[in-house]
Design a protein around this ligand. Structure first.
Ligand SMILES: [Zn+2]
Length: 342
């Protein structure tokens, strides 16, 4: 909706108005309708993978030649041909947009919104931090608070942080990371690569083990089905018993098949991790000299921000945040910098 409003304000023609203008002859739309962007149109454009330069086939299907309804094919069954045309946007930007669209953005009653909405989480209970503002608030008064804290007072403590403080902390951390990554690229590549390899090797090992177990059980189930069926044919078990047993085995089979699918996907993703450090380094290079935090820069580089409970130990309010960066996760920037000093 925000994008649609911006396009309207900037007097950008809607696709149909543009088409009309290009093809002339056709009846021109009423002048006030030319810029009336519809939210659905924007959503459709944002979700169109073809803009990354690929062709997606079999997006819809019919169950039979008599099926009148076009049905959406699940994404994993669609066929994608890459690099069939010039890309308008990169694959990374496209993926990022899908991610952002999945995060629910709460619109506050005042219509104000924050670029941190959907990105900030409570470090202790994991709940989303809720953006809080009122019409009369000045920008410096807006704050984020743990969603659990507001709902049930004793469920979580006051993880409250002012939006301007958060912005300042995040910007400074990002500046540090960008400057470190771009000036000590080789060292960063080595340390992060190592750290991520350890984590992903372990995850791959665990997942492969689960995968073997699930596959073994699936084979076993095939044999059980066979025997069950023979027993039924021989009349060793009743029809009722047969029905209830095969139902429970079928449920188990369906669940296992899903698990195998998820695990296989995860393993494939984890095996690609090596490229992720390179991707992050490339992103960092594009933001050298970042002076002001824009929603675009924030979403391109940061995946999530976790807010600690404030520490009031020495009478001063101190609060830490932890930033999970896109592709690489947490970056031990203090340790990296200290290493450099010694
Ligand atoms: Zn919490």
């Amino acid at each position: 909706m925000q994008i649609a409003n911006t396009l309207m304000a900037e007097k950008i023609l809607t696709p149909s108005a543009y088409k009309n203008r290009e093809s002339r002859g056709a009846t021109p739309p009423k002048s006030e309708e030319q810029y009336a962007w519809n939210t659905k149109t924007v959503v459709h454009i944002l979700e169109l993978k073809e803009y990354t330069g690929c062709t997606v086939n079999f997006k819809t299907h019919r169950n039979s030649i008599w099926d009148k309804k076009k049905r959406q094919t699940p994404e994993e069954d669609q066929v994608v041909f890459y690099n069939t045309q010039q890309a308008i946007i990169t694959e990374e930007v496209f993926e990022k947009v899908q991610q952002i669209r999945q995060q629910r953005h709460r619109k506050t009653k005042t219509g104000k919104s924050s670029m941190f909405s959907g990105l900030t989480f409570c470090a202790d209970c994991g709940a989303k931090m809720r953006y809080s503002t009122t019409k009369d608030f000045e920008k410096r008064q807006d704050y984020f608070v743990c969603a659990n804290y507001r709902n049930i007072t004793d469920k979580c403590s006051a993880h409250y942080i002012r939006a301007v403080v958060l912005e300042d902390m995040v910007l400074r951390h990002m500046q540090m990371v960008i400057s470190y990554v771009t000036t000590h690229e080789a060292h960063f590549r080595e340390v992060m690569g190592q750290q991520m390899k350890l984590a992903s090797d372990e995850a791959i090992r665990v997942n492969k083990k689960k995968l073997t177990k699930a596959e073994k059980r699936l084979n076993e189930l095939d044999r059980i089905f066979m025997r069950l069926y023979e027993d039924r044919v021989n009349g060793t078990i009743s029809g009722e018993r047969f029905a209830s047993m095969s139902k429970s085995y079928e449920d188990e089979q369906t669940k296992l098949k899903q698990e195998v699918e998820t695990l296989t996907k995860e393993v494939a993703q984890q095996e690609q991790k090596a490229d992720d450090v390179e991707r992050f380094i490339a992103q960092a290079h594009r933001y050298v000299g970042l002076e002001e935090l824009t929603p675009y820069a924030l979403h391109e580089l940061v995946k999530a921000i976790y807010i600690d409970e404030p520490n009031k130990g020495d009478g001063k309010r101190r609060q830490s945040i932890h930033i999970s960066y896109d592709f690489v996760g947490f970056i031990p920037i203090d340790e990296l910098m200290q290493e450099e000093m010694t």
